[in-house]
Design a protein around this ligand. Structure first.
Ligand SMILES: CC(=O)SCCNC(=O)CCNC(=O)[C@H](O)C(C)(C)COP(=O)(O)OP(=O)(O)OC[C@H]1O[C@@H](n2cnc3c(N)ncnc32)[C@H](O)[C@@H]1OP(=O)(O)O
Ligand SMILES: CC(=O)C(=O)O
Length: 536
């Protein structure tokens, strides 16, 4: 067994993460050992007290994970936890191969799952209620005798408590008497509501005196609330998963639970300074599991502190607290202003500030920007999704003329379909830059790609800085479906220069013309970012 952590947090409250075990039970998540190691590092960096790594012996990947985690990771905060079931009915814990695998994992902490719902004991385990209690007692005391810390997950506890409260409590008592350090009440089917959880946890605590934890699935959308309700009732151990990943619709989300405990309850559950890493860690774990981070996730989503309504912005201008429940920086997030047709003057002023453009309280300019945004959004533009196009619009109003690095004379895209099924795309761009007339032609895998290449060939002669620009995303949306192919088309393009990304928008009846507008903005903004002086 390896002692894996030197946690500076006291033991009176546990933040227990089960992303690598229950989180991995989410449909669509398929973690390699390397992924699990990467997530374990992020969770330890975040500062959780316990990381449940999987079920050693259930599959070779989890067995390998425990071996490698202890050999390769120097945990600074967390203790590694192995998960498994109580011994089989009618056997001995000391002889159960599955219990042996838990010990062989070397994890200093073991979570056992036990049945606490009488019906599950009889139907799923196919044993007697007394034998189930014996399985709990025998397995806990055996693992304790082997020097492990033991947490006991009481599966289906809340449903079991409703069906047979005395039996459910007998499971808790048996585990605690056998030496379990924490008995965790699980809402396995996720059907509970906060008031129910609060009532049950309060009663079980009063009746058994055991140290209690909570494990809440999110099937009613209440897992975070249920977790906090259990804490209100006296639970001192919370089991969560990063970003709420988990079986079916998921588990209690680690990040809002921890943020609530630290910021709303005033409990110190993370090491000093780690709360500010919340957003980064949430997104880093999403990257590893290969799921796009939810933009609307509380505390950590990019929209968590994004303000769109003009009325909100006008109050935020006076004091951001008026429309925010916390300072976003506390969880490593940032406030963002969204400019759209719901914006007012205050939104534009704050957005200007965010972009480093001092509007100096110029009511006339700000008013013109608001008008332009509203008029263009009516035509289909969207500025909340295209910050770079908005900045160009704003600068044009402030300067009194658009930012110009080049003057386009004309562009043309040709799509040639051949009878043999092959096709070719070719574009020609004619423009003026620094008093030079440039004509460039390029081919591409589609007409927009050909135009992008031709524009780049033309501009790179004058502005070599553009060589590192890359088009990273391209989205098309038909705005008025009822007009069929003559509908208005909106194109959003994301461009990267390796150190940052920006989005631009174009709108036209023709998808290629809309794309061209977005491309022109993308390159203009790229030159602005590179610090190039515009043409006089
Ligand atoms: C609520 C939760 O999320 S708990 C976590 C659940 N996670 C997983 O199931 C993922 C990993 N599981 C596995 O890889 C496999 O199910 C294994 C290796 C654990 C077991 O595989 P198998 O031996 O083939 O059994 P199988 O999966 O068909 O059934 C589970 C067995 O465990 C028994 N069991 C269920 N809960 C418990 C328990 N708390 N204590 C003891 N035995 C239990 C069941 O009665 C069943 O026994 P049976 O084989 O005699 O019918
Ligand atoms: C243990 C567990 O994951 C549950 O009961 O949901």
């Amino acid at each position: 067994m390896t002692e894996t952590a030197t946690s500076e947090l006291d033991d009176s409250f546990h933040v227990f993460d089960t992303t690598l075990r229950d989180g991995a039970q989410r449909e669509g998540i398929n973690l390699t050992v390397a992924d699990k190691l990467a997530i374990a590092r992020h969770l330890d960096d975040f500062g959780v007290g316990f990381i449940e790594g999987g079920w050693p012996g259930a599959n070779p990947r989890d067995t390998e994970f425990f071996a490698r985690a202890q050999a390769e990771i120097e945990f600074r905060h967390a203790q590694l936890v192995a998960f498994g079931a109580t011994r089989r009915p009618g056997a001995k814990a000391a002889e159960d191969p599955q219990v042996k695998a838990l010990l062989e994992s070397g994890a200093p902490v073991i979570t056992l799952v036990a049945k606490s719902h009488d019906r599950h004991v009889e139907l799923a385990l196919r044993t007697t209620l007394d034998e189930n209690l014996e399985m709990v007692r025998d397995t806990v005391s055996y693992l304790k005798d082997q020097g492990r810390r033991v947490f006991m997950d009481c599966e289906h506890f809340f449903d079991g408590y409703r069906a047979n409260p005395e039996y459910a409590k007998a499971v808790v008592r048996t585990a605690a008497e056998a030496g379990a350090d924490v008995v965790v009440l699980c809402d396995t089917n996720g059907g509970m509501l906060p008031a129910q959880v609060h009532a049950v946890v309060s009663t079980v605590l009063a009746d058994t005196g055991a140290r209690l934890g909570i494990h809440a699935q999110d099937d009613t959308g209440c897992a975070v609330a249920n977790t906090l309700a259990a804490v209100d009732a006296g639970a001192t151990h919370v089991q969560c998963t990063a970003n709420g990943y988990g079986e079916r619709v998921g588990n209690a989300n680690l990040f809002p639970v921890v943020a609530a405990l630290e910021l709303k309850y005033g409990k110190k559950v993370l090491p000093e300074g780690r709360l500010r890493e919340t957003t980064r860690i949430s997104h880093a774990i999403a990257e590893v599991v290969n799921l796009t981070p939810s933009t609307h996730q509380p505390y950590v989503g990019v929209s968590a502190f994004a303000h769109k309504a003009g009325l909100h912005a006008s109050a935020i201008k006076v004091d951001p607290d008026l429309y925010q429940h916390i300072d976003p920086e506390l969880v490593g997030n940032t406030m963002r202003m969204l400019v759209s047709d719901m914006a007012g003057r205050a939104s534009v002023e704050l957005k200007g500030k965010e972009l480093g453009i001092d509007l100096g309280g110029d009511r006339e300019v700000v008013g013109r920007v608001v008008e332009r945004v509203k008029e263009r959004e009516l035509r289909g533009y969207t500025y909340e999704a295209a910050d770079a196009s908005f900045e160009l619009l704003l600068r044009a109003e402030v300067e009194g003329r658009p930012l110009k690095y080049f003057e386009v004379e004309s562009w043309r895209a040709i799509v040639e379909d051949r009878p043999d099924g092959t096709h070719a795309n070719e574009a020609t761009v004619k423009l003026w830059a620094k008093s030079e007339r440039i004509v460039a032609t390029a081919e591409g895998n589609g007409p927009v790609n050909a135009l992008d290449r031709a524009l780049r060939v033309a501009l790179e002669k004058i502005y070599p800085q553009l060589a590192k620009l890359e088009l990273v995303d391209y989205k098309v949306r038909i705005l008025e479906g009822k007009h069929g192919t003559s509908s208005t088309t909106r194109v959003l393009i994301s461009t990267s220069d390796g150190s940052g990304e920006w989005a631009t928008v174009g709108v036209a009846e023709n998808v290629i013309a809309a794309s061209w507008q977005a491309l022109e903005d993308a390159y203009t903004y790229g030159l602005l970012r590179a610090g190039v002086q515009p043409a006089e």
